[in-house]
Write a protein that binds this ligand. Structure first.
Ligand code: UDP
Length: 327
């Protein structure tokens, strides 16, 4: 049995998947440039510091180790930033992925799990959204994910790669034991902002837009606990290792919460009535994104264990207030 190469394994989602892989006894090699990830987040396996755009470094790793499959998390992930700095996103998320895929193809590695995103759907016509919905991203971040999916689809057709693309909805929460969690000081995601404001790390937080066509005017998202998402990766890996054919799966719970509902839940979960203010819409935000994840459940047998907004927020709160090491 060879190694599982995990790009971006020192980042928020990658590190939770590395934890889950380690607990299952997989031999893990994390490849991360530590631009936003942290060495402390890698609880299992070895860490190689390298960039996905660095073909020489990738070749070194692939020459040295036998790799059975790759999980590719390394990417820039902030939607508004992608609108402001598109080239940064295309260079890293698309260019870096192509460099990685080329290196893998030349080394005969043909199993690949890709971190895709609900952002590929843009503004879906139907909610909850199914995998068969048209891909019509409305921001560069979503475009980069759709582009890499297309490359993978074409490689799979050509017989040079078997892949699973997991389209993440809104990933949140932390290791319930508080060992790992969101490590970025400048993280922008809603639940992180809520718990950091509740913890007094920020004076207040903003709600970006209350004039969307939703029940209370704020955006609706499907928040999935990072541990349930990690489990989806384990199932996808087992599936590919058993020679399953290429597939795309949505990863979410199929339930939407508005920004205001999340804020209320966070006030309850933390016991802190933290201040929020209304702010203008943020660029690139679709009004509502909710997953139909029945395919993940029926094809891979995925069964969520943490499907509770209060619990998701509580694990993030525990991480921010008790677990987190600040550098
Ligand atoms: N949001 C907000 N205030 C914040 C952070 C996010 O109102 O401080 C909103 C954001 O506009 C979006 C939703 O919360 O409607 C989820 O945003 P997030 O950045 O968490 O994830 P995204 O859906 O962009 O991947």
């Amino acid at each position: 049995m060879g190694k599982i190469l995990v790009t971006g394994g020192a980042g928020y989602i990658g590190s939770h998947v590395v934890k889950a892989l380690g607990e299952k006894g997989y031999d893990i090699l994390v490849y991360d440039n530590l631009s936003t990830g942290h060495e402390w987040a890698v609880l299992h396996g070895d860490l190689v510091v390298g960039d996905i755009r660095d073909r020489g470094r990738l070749d070194q790793v692939l020459d040295k180790y036998e790799v059975d499959a790759v999980m590719h998390f390394a990417a820039h992930i902030v939607v508004p930033e992608s609108v402001q700095e598109p080239l940064k996103y295309y260079m890293n998320n698309v260019g870096g992925s192509l460099t990685l895929l080329q290196a893998l193809q030349e080394h005969g590695v043909d199993k690949f799990i890709f971190s895709s995103s609900a952002a590929v759907y843009g503004i879906p016509e139907e909610i909850p959204v199914r995998e068969s919905a048209p891909l019509q991203a409305i921001n560069p971040y979503g475009e980069t994910k759709a582009m890499v999916e297309k490359v993978l689809e074409d490689m799979a057709y050509a017989g040079s790669m078997n892949y699973v693309a997991l389209r993440y909805f809104n990933v949140a929460g932390a290791d319930p034991e508080g060992r790992i969690g969101e490590g970025k000081e400048d993280a922008t995601h809603l639940i992180t902002m809520c718990v950091r404001t509740a913890a007094g790390l920020r004076p207040e937080m903003s709600i970006f837009g209350d004039d969307y066509p939703t029940s209370d005017g704020t955006c609706v998202r499907d928040y999935i606990h990072v541990e349930d998402l990690a489990e989806a990766h384990i199932l996808a890996l087992q599936y590919l290792l058993q020679n399953g054919e290429s597939q795309v799966f949505n990863c979410g719970y199929g339930r939407g919460f508005s920004v205001l509902e999340v804020v209320e839940a966070a006030r309850k979960a933390t016991g802190v009535d933290f201040p929020v203010r209304m702010a203008p819409r943020r660029e690139g935000d679709p009004p509502a994104l909710v997953a139909d994840s029945s395919k993940l459940q029926s094809h891979l047998g995925w069964r969520p264990q943490h499907d509770d907004l209060q619990h998701i927020i509580a694990t993030a709160w525990n991480w921010e207030t008790r677990g987190r090491t600040r550098e």
